[in-house]
Design a protein around this ligand. Structure first.
Ligand SMILES: NC(=O)C1=CN([C@@H]2O[C@H](COP(=O)(O)OP(=O)(O)OC[C@H]3O[C@@H](n4cnc5c(N)ncnc54)[C@H](OP(=O)(O)O)[C@@H]3O)[C@@H](O)[C@H]2O)C=CC1
Ligand SMILES: CC(=O)N[C@@H](CCC(=O)OP(=O)(O)O)C(=O)O
Length: 303
């Protein structure tokens, strides 16, 4: 029998791309509501009642409201917003994070889907902290660039309306909403410096952590720690040489994430960089991967 899935916010950027990944599957039945009633609590509650799993693709406050609406139901929830990413009762939906992550997601009633930038930053830092190559209280810097779809419908409208700049930096007040998530799941005790940017391309993202090669840190130990950590993971590759240019759009339309280590042993400077699709492994692809794990089907179905 098909599993019923309700995407709350299915007309938004993340929701649409989840729907595209699910609508051709015959093991999934999508529960839909009249678009005119998409913000109506009664209509949404009725959809939750019919769904085995609901995927929330909403702003944080609306996601909290949705969780309250479904509180007394058996419906399992995957939330794509920032609202529950550090909540102790929610499983963090990064299956490749550590040996326990898949099992927690598989058995969870509540799964928080990681953020796009945090997926890149945590993919780099969590294994390096666990391997002792980055100290939890070390001062690290995260530089990143995202396609404009990362800002949802509002930023898409700005870019597609023609008035937006080719490139801008933001979040430099160091109060970005992603800090708690990055610190909690990377295992950092000191807040990193995070410098995100947006470029004039719709989708795709690069996230980089520059590191000095000091202590036990060499190009080889960094690459080895990351390769060991992700050995056998079908969606995360370590070490393919991308050449001198890192192109944020390289993995668009996929659920893949690629990590490379580059630098110079002589001068002791290195960069670990991730490329992913902010709407693939950074949001919609990851949500479908988590849904598959929760349903106990092939993790790559529809991806
Ligand atoms: N874009 C990205 O790259 C990523 C986004 N996310 C997260 O996913 C979530 C959704 O983001 P995104 O898809 O970009 O946002 P969008 O702005 O593109 O879409 C949000 C959708 O939610 C709907 N909505 C807003 N309030 C309510 C409500 N009270 N009840 C029902 N529907 C509502 C909006 O409807 P309407 O347009 O009619 O207002 C819209 O369709 C966010 O929490 C974001 O942090 C996560 C990872 C990456
Ligand atoms: C380009 C842009 O504006 N990006 C958003 C991050 C994307 C998003 O909404 O956050 P999650 O990935 O955590 O859900 C921002 O910086 O707030």
């Amino acid at each position: 029998m098909a599993h019923s899935v309700f995407i709350d916010g299915e007309a938004g950027t993340t929701g649409l791309q989840i729907r595209e990944r699910l609508e051709t599957r015959d093991d999934i039945r999508l529960v839909q509501i009249d678009p005119a009633r998409r913000k109506d609590a009664d209509a949404r509650r009725a959809a939750f009642e019919q769904a085995d799993v609901a995927i929330l693709c909403l702003p944080d406050d609306a996601a909290r409201e949705a969780v309250a609406l479904a509180q007394d139901l058996d419906t399992r929830i995957i939330d794509a917003s920032t609202a529950y990413r550090t909540h102790p009762d929610w499983a963090y939906g990064f299956p490749e994070l550590n040996a326990d992550a898949r099992g927690r997601i598989a058995g969870a009633r509540r799964v928080s889907n990681p953020g796009c930038y945090p997926t890149g930053a945590i993919a780099i830092l969590a294994p390096l902290v666990a391997a002792g190559l980055v100290a939890p209280d070390e001062g690290v810097t995260i530089n990143a660039v995202s396609g404009y779809s990362g800002g949802g419908k509002a930023l898409i409208a700005e870019y597609e309306g023609g008035g937006a700049p080719a490139h801008f930096l933001y979040g430099l007040n160091q109060r970005h909403k992603h800090y708690p998530e990055i610190m909690a799941h990377a295992g950092l005790t000191r807040q990193p410096i995070f410098a995100p940017a947006v470029g004039n391309f719709a989708q795709g993202m690069a996230v980089q952590v520059p590191l000095f090669l000091t202590g036990g840190r060499t190009l080889a130990t960094l690459a080895e720690a990351l390769s060991d950590h992700y050995a056998g993971q079908r969606f995360i590759q370590v070490g393919d040489d991308p050449g001198a240019r890192i192109v944020p759009t390289d993995l668009n339309g996929t659920n893949r994430l690629r990590i490379t280590v580059q630098g110079d042993a002589q001068n002791g400077c290195a960069t670990v960089v991730v490329v992913l699709d902010n709407l693939g492994k950074g949001a919609s692809g990851a949500a479908v991967q988590n849904l598959n794990i929760m349903l106990g089907v092939d993790e790559g179905l529809g991806l």
